[in-house]
Design a protein around this ligand. Structure first.
Ligand code: SAM
Length: 316
């Protein structure tokens, strides 16, 4: 097959010009999330999930949408982050960028404020500063890249400390045959470039993400005997503190499992106090672990839910 990026660009230039019905999995969006979005954008939604709905986006956050296409998820996020937040969509296909930019004014008028921008760029070289984003979302795009590790490294680079990603993508249950990989139409349809779910998770771990969680897994298509699913995966970034020290803080895992391990290899048998360092204290008292542990801090304070940080302030 010729250069993957060229194949994908050609495919999505066509998909920007004329809507391709039933491309990727049709996604159901909540009415109130899309009421402010023009019909021409909605008709060109080519996602396979709703990462923007699963990312717990809060007011004031900076959201990056990778492979933003017609802009649907950016425009939904624009409402969620409100006036004080920012949304950046990145896409490499000129026609998609032009299409999305063409609706910026209309969406701003409907919302009463403007907080979205679209940048032309590659997933593999995200045109953003290090540690500048609270949430990265992406809807049915990473499968289209021939270098998924580079994409996830970039996602990790641009996330702030304790930032998160929420990615909807197509993954396979088995290795994808070469005949499928070499088929440009299947590549454009998010099948040819898909990798196994476990391989996706391995890459995310390798780039440094922790707290990985499959939020949903739905059957999409079967091609040449391989089943392809649409999954929504979340993960977090944590920059280890310069001084991860033991100061007498303890964590007690609340169950229901008999025992669990975290990404750093610590084991927590249910009901047993385990001494934790300051970094682990920060991790266990914030998403995605918040509420799973009872924390007894060095000063004797007990916290079941909510956050504790060394400065004594809220860290959520
Ligand atoms: C399946 S569409 C999804 C669009 C959008 N996320 C949605 O839900 O409608 C994939 C989009 O990703 C873009 N894309 C694919 N590979 C890319 C890459 N390597 N760098 C930047 N954009 C890419 C395509 O141009 C296309 O607009």
């Amino acid at each position: 097959m010729k250069d993957v990026r060229e194949v994908v660009k050609e495919f999505y230039t066509d998909a920007a010009e004329a809507p391709k019905e039933a491309l990727c999995c049709p996604t159901a969006y909540a009415k109130e999330d899309i009421a402010h979005i023009p019909e021409e954008v909605l008709k060109r939604a080519y996602g396979c999930g709703s990462p923007v709905a699963s990312a717990s986006i809060k007011e004031g956050e900076v959201v990056l949408d990778l492979g933003s296409g017609s802009g649907i998820d950016c425009f939904i996020a624009a409402k969620k982050v409100g006036k004080s937040g920012r949304v950046i969509g990145v896409d490499m296909t000129d026609k998609m960028i032009e299409l999305a930019q063409g609706y910026l004014e209309k969406v701003a008028e409907n919302l009463g404020y403007r907080n979205v921008e679209f940048r032309k760029g590659f997933l593999e070289e995200i045109p953003l500063e290090d540690e500048s984003v609270d949430v990265v979302i992406s809807n049915c795009v990473i499968n289209l890249s021939s270098d998924k590790e580079r994409v996830l490294k970039e996602v990790y680079r641009v996330l702030k400390h304790r930032g998160r990603f929420c990615i909807a993508d197509i993954v396979s249950e088995k290795d994808v045959p070469q005949s499928v990989r070499d088929n440009p139409t299947l590549w454009g349809e998010c099948i040819g470039g898909a990798i196994k779910e476990e391989d996706f998770i391995d890459i995310a771990r390798r780039v440094g993400a922790y707290g990985l969680n499959i939020k949903s897994r739905l059957f999409y298509r079967e091609v040449e005997g391989v089943r392809f699913n649409s999954v929504v995966i979340t993960g977090y970034k944590f920059i280890k503190g310069k001084e991860c020290v033991y100061k007498g803080h303890y964590a007690i895992y609340n169950g229901p499992f008999r025992s669990v391990h975290d990404d750093d290899g610590h084991e927590y048998p249910a009901g047993v106090p385990v001494e934790i360092c300051t970094d682990t204290l920060e991790k266990l008292t914030s998403p995605p672990y918040e509420g799973l542990f009872t924390i007894i801090t060095a000063d004797g304070e007990t916290v079941v839910r909510g956050c504790v940080d060394e400065g004594g302030g809220s860290c959520c």
